[in-house]
Design a protein around this ligand. Structure first.
Ligand SMILES: Cc1ncc(COP(=O)(O)O)c(C=O)c1O
Length: 367
């Protein structure tokens, strides 16, 4: 790879991570978890990058969360030895891969059905190992998760007679906090998520189950859920960069956002239109909550990226703006996690200096 020392030498579109902002974000969440007395197990689907995962471990995290087995395998190959797969794994091939992974590292997995738990159990028994399972409950996000305390109890009881699986805890996720109108709404959802999980754990304990691990939430609801006594772990992911959505939700300001896409103005068809060399293949088409458009141009609040094609970003600028072809801009994406997943590598920068090029080693690992 060509060695580049200044961001001006990078071809565009290119992803930049401001290492000082990244580090500040990592320290901020580590301090929140420490103050609440919970473990921080960052969701690494946001960055998918070993160098960043190592920074999170250095800040005190015991291990990482991932969504996909492929991400878990990548991190294990890179030396990470304590991972939680927060996703229901279905199918013989996945259960085989899970057990092979568990032969190498400490792994926990989420499940919310007897079908998945039985599959894991059968495969683990064949391997002669035990898999740690955290049962997922629906915290109100309306996605995965057992729907009632009775269902959790029923599945916990069925697990008792299954070989190869240990019920080690419960998982919640307040993903619906993205629909909250403001940060106070996010806070209430976080508190509810924590109380809901602790309530179910207390019921299970009264029936003789230990359930020592209670893992909750993302950014920005997780820090509130963490304040509920009994919660043991938070799993925020996006905090590591923050993005436009998190800014709108009240988690950070734009200046704290560590991830930007460096783009170039490649066409100026009219006085009020500029075309940048990043489109949906560069940013993703994800919208930000409660905001039109596709990202925020750093330092130019009056520019709006109003439409994306795959390779083109259509930007509206005020008439009279001096913005010649060739101008470089940095765009804070709407949704950092999907943006990272679109790029092979990212430049770690301090100011305009490129310190390193990191491989986004977990990108595209959708299986
Ligand atoms: C199960 C689970 N936990 C944690 C997170 C992290 O959330 P965030 O990216 O908002 O920090 C996610 C995000 O999708 C998730 O799906």
């Amino acid at each position: 790879m060509v060695s580049v020392t200044n961001i001006a030498e990078l071809e565009t579109p290119s992803l930049l991570i401001d290492v000082d902002r990244l580090d500040a974000n990592i320290q901020r969440m580590a301090a929140i978890a420490k103050a609440a007395g919970v473990d921080l197990r960052p969701h690494a689907k946001t960055h998918k990058t070993p160098e960043i995962g190592r920074m999170q471990l250095a800040a005190g995290s015991p291990g990482l969360t991932v969504a996909k087995l492929g991400e878990a395998e990548m991190f294990a190959d890179k030396g990470f030895d304590n991972l939680f797969i927060a996703y229901p794994l279905w199918g013989e091939q996945k259960w085989e891969r899970l057990c092979r992974l568990a032969d190498r590292i400490t792994v926990r997995v989420a499940a919310d059905s007897l079908e998945v738990v039985e599959g894991i159990s059968r495969t683990a028994a064949r391997h002669g190992i035990r898999i740690r399972v955290r049962l997922e409950v629906d915290s109100g996000a309306g996605r995965t998760g057992l729907q009632s305390p009775e269902q959790v109890l029923e599945l916990a009881r069925r697990m008792e007679s299954l070989p190869g699986v240990d019920l080690v805890g419960l998982m919640g996720y307040g993903g619906h906090s993205s629909a909250a109108p403001d940060i106070d709404g996010v806070k209430q959802i976080g508190f509810q998520e924590g109380r809901h999980l602790v309530g179910i754990a207390e019921m299970l304990r009264a029936k003789g189950f230990a359930v020592p691990e209670l893992t909750v939430g993302g950014t920005p609801s997780g820090p509130y859920a963490a304040q509920i006594k009994g919660v043991t772990e938070i799993r925020p992911g996006t905090y590591v960069f923050s993005d436009r959505t998190e800014v709108v939700m009240g988690w950070s300001n734009l200046d704290q956002c560590a991830l930007t896409v460096q783009v170039t103005v490649v066409s100026r068809p009219t006085a009020t239109r500029a075309i940048i060399d990043g489109g949906s293949k560069t940013f993703s088409s994800d919208a930000a909550v409660r905001s039109p458009g596709f990202g925020v141009v750093r330092g130019h609040p009056d520019f709006s990226i109003v439409k994306l094609n795959e390779e083109h970003g259509m930007m509206e600028v005020p008439a009279g703006t001096h913005l010649p072809i060739g101008t470089r801009l940095q765009v804070i994406p709407n949704h950092a996690c999907v943006c990272m997943n679109l790029h092979d590598r990212v430049a770690a920068v301090r100011g305009d200096q490129v310190e390193a090029i990191w491989q986004v080693a977990g990108r595209g690992k959708v299986q």
